[in-house]
Design a protein around this ligand. Structure first.
Ligand SMILES: Nc1ncnc2c1ncn2[C@@H]1O[C@H](COP(=O)(O)OP(=O)(O)OP(=O)(O)O)[C@@H](O)[C@H]1O
Length: 219
């Protein structure tokens, strides 16, 4: 579950990026986070995973106040979250397999478990046959799917995706969205930021709309 209680964020020297944000995303819920460029979408995502701290209010993730966690407690929090970025942040000098394996290597998992989980993740995103490729040998959509496989390899119960379809055409964007919906159907809480209203318009999921740092919850 993700809960924001009267959350505000101001970057030093700037105007408020988020003002008095209140919402709850229930376990297993899926929602879109929309808004114009600079509305505060990335800031909100970064607050959930502890990459930024709120100036005011509480950000609760599975009941834990993220803004009060100590630096050394952060890795425990991050294990429960899968993060996907627009620019996917893959290591270009590592194979697809290695990129997906990284979170598990960091956690010190046994090689056999790593093999099993990486294969399962790559299978889910349809890239099992490309595990030995390097990211440069893949299309933009495939690279994005490697980033998704890496985000789900540790079985997170929350998936945060910040403009995951930003660089992709309509067909690929719909494919990626379908993938998130499939994860959501297995009980994963999903929050996906996008400025692509056409992509989300006919979907049933809740829309959290940011307008200059203020939240307007639609439907
Ligand atoms: N590290 C930072 N330091 C100072 N100001 C920042 C920082 N990051 C974001 N901002 C400012 O906070 C506001 C919200 O930015 P944010 O990146 O959260 O918006 P966004 O909705 O994700 O935009 P986009 O769709 O363009 O990615 C903007 O005014 C931005 O300039």
């Amino acid at each position: 579950m993700i809960q924001f209680q009267r959350v505000s964020k101001v970057y030093s020297g700037g105007k408020p990026a988020l003002q008095n944000i209140n919402f709850t995303l229930l376990p297993g819920e899926m929602a879109f986070l929309t808004g114009h460029s600079g509305a505060g979408k990335s800031t909100l995502m970064r607050l959930i995973c502890g990459l930024e701290k709120a100036n005011d209010g509480k950000v609760l993730l599975n009941g834990i106040d993220v803004s009060r966690l100590k630096r050394q407690e952060m890795p425990f929090l991050r294990r429960t979250i899968g993060m996907i970025f627009q620019d996917h942040q893959l290591l270009m000098d590592h194979t697809v397999y290695d990129n997906v394996a990284i979170p598990l290597i960091i956690l010190g998992k046994a090689p056999e478990e790593i093999r099993r989980r990486v294969s399962a993740s790559l299978d889910k995103v349809g890239l099992l046959n490309k595990m030995k490729f390097y990211p440069i040998q893949l299309s933009g959509g495939e690279q994005q799917r490697v980033g998704i496989a890496r985000a789900i390899v540790n079985h997170p119960n929350v998936l945060l995706a910040d403009e995951p379809t930003g660089n992709l055409d309509d067909k690929l964007s719909k494919d990626i969205l379908k993938l998130f919906e499939e994860f959501n159907q297995t009980g994963v809480t999903v929050l996906m930021a996008t400025h692509n209203m056409a992509l989300v318009r006919h979907k049933q999921h809740r829309i959290l709309h940011l307008n200059q740092g203020h939240l307007e919850v639609k439907n």
